[in-house]
Design a binder for this molecule. Structure first.
Ligand code: EPU
Length: 349
């Protein structure tokens, strides 16, 4: 049977892709009745970090579970949020209530259930800083799991859920201190805060983050994209030092895992902003974002991503790893497999 469910509204790169089967999960009972699931399946939230390089020959479960519960004790606000809630709406809801802690993560596209998978992060805050626990169903065994913070195994754009793909995240539990202090260490926020004569509220910070993001990140509704296409690469100290000798203006950030470089800066330095293959292009204002500029097909994006990767490797000796998830007809894949399919002429999208 040819795939018949359109995913064009369910992936923010706006590729014209289809799935064999699609079920919107609005109630938990719909999900539990399906468990365990033995056929090929994948869970979709907002589709803002998914690149479908082919039609998907399996079942897609679209998480649309809703509900936000907020409680508190003397020291903390506790949020229990259903996985299908929109992440940005949650951030704004909290900021408007004066509950601080999520505001640096404003305007990140996608759902609450997707947030732990890649441990979303921006402007010095990541989900791991505010997450208390994750509730998820293992789709293959049908079992319910409560993962505490340590069990989520969060790291830079990584978690247990990114490595073990058969979890359906039903709720995310967040713990936000009442004794909130704004996190303003990030360059653009620091400059803004330095000019203020008062301590900004969570809503002030959220509005500033929105303004900074809108300045350089394209709105997926207007210009389809998946946010940062690549992760910022982490290199060892010796390589970082060597690169700094060649490029004294290269941004570098020391982390516990090594020295993090800015992939956007590397791509920009090579003059690739605006570079296009077919309908896919490197964004003019933020080189880390690839956009669907003009009816791109999957092959255009795959070829563009590979070109960017090759150029960065050739000039800087640094490997860029995609941050976005590649999905082929069988499920999770990678850029390498997408290129192989392309050579065989089997990318249909
Ligand atoms: N830069 C350039 N040219 C560019 C892009 C960046 O020179 O075209 C330079 C900037 O001037 C800055 C450095 O590179 O010195 C870093 O750029 P930026 O602050 O824009 O952040 P980023 O490293 O490109 C990361 C996250 C973003 C997050 C921002 C802010 C990753 C992969 N990306 O981007 O997350 O919003 O920091 O914290 O870690 C996402 O994951 O989809 C995402 C947008």
């Amino acid at each position: 049977m040819p795939p018949s469910y359109s995913l064009s509204q369910l992936n923010t790169f706006a590729l014209e892709v289809k799935a064999q089967q699609l079920i919107h999960i609005d109630e938990l009972s719909q999900l539990t009745q399906l468990l365990p699931i033995t056929e090929p399946m994948l869970v979709l939230g907002g589709g803002s970090n998914m690149l479908f390089t082919e039609d998907y020959q399996g079942l897609i479960l679209h998480n649309r579970l809703l509900g936000i519960e907020i409680t508190a004790d003397d020291d903390f606000h506790y949020l229990s949020v259903a996985g299908g809630e929109n992440w940005h709406d949650l951030v704004m809801h909290c900021a408007e209530l004066g509950i601080g802690g999520l505001e640096n993560l404003a305007l990140i596209p996608g759902t609450v259930g997707a947030a732990p998978v890649q441990n979303i992060g921006a402007y010095g805050v990541e989900l791991a800083d505010v997450c208390q626990a994750v509730h998820a169903y293992c789709l293959s065994s049908g079992e319910f799991h409560h993962f505490d913070l340590a069990q989520c195994q969060f790291a830079y754009r990584d978690s247990l859920f990114k490595r073990q793909r058969d979890y359906f995240i039903s709720r995310v539990l967040l713990k936000l201190p009442k004794n909130w202090q704004p996190q303003l260490s990030y360059g653009e926020l620091k400059q803004w805060a330095a000019k203020l004569a008062y301590q900004p509220s969570p809503l002030d910070v959220a509005k500033q983050v929105i303004s900074v993001r809108q300045d350089k990140l394209p709105d997926p509704k207007q210009i389809p994209n998946v946010g940062s296409f690549f992760k910022n690469p982490i290199v060892d100290k010796a390589q970082a030092q060597q690169l700094l000798q060649q490029y004294d203006d290269m941004p570098q950030y020391v982390t516990s895992q090594g020295v993090k470089l800015a992939a956007g800066w590397l791509i920009d330095k090579l003059g690739l902003k605006g570079f296009a293959i077919g309908g896919a292009a490197v964004h003019q204002r933020q080189a880390l974002v690839l956009i669907n500029a003009n009816h791109a097909c999957a092959d255009d994006v795959v070829l563009l991503a590979q070109h960017v990767r090759e150029q960065v490797a050739k000039h800087f000796g640094v490997n860029l790893e995609p941050e976005v998830n590649f999905i082929n007809e069988q499920g999770y894949s990678n850029l390498h497999d997408a290129l192989k399919s392309l050579n065989r002429g089997s990318n249909h999208v």
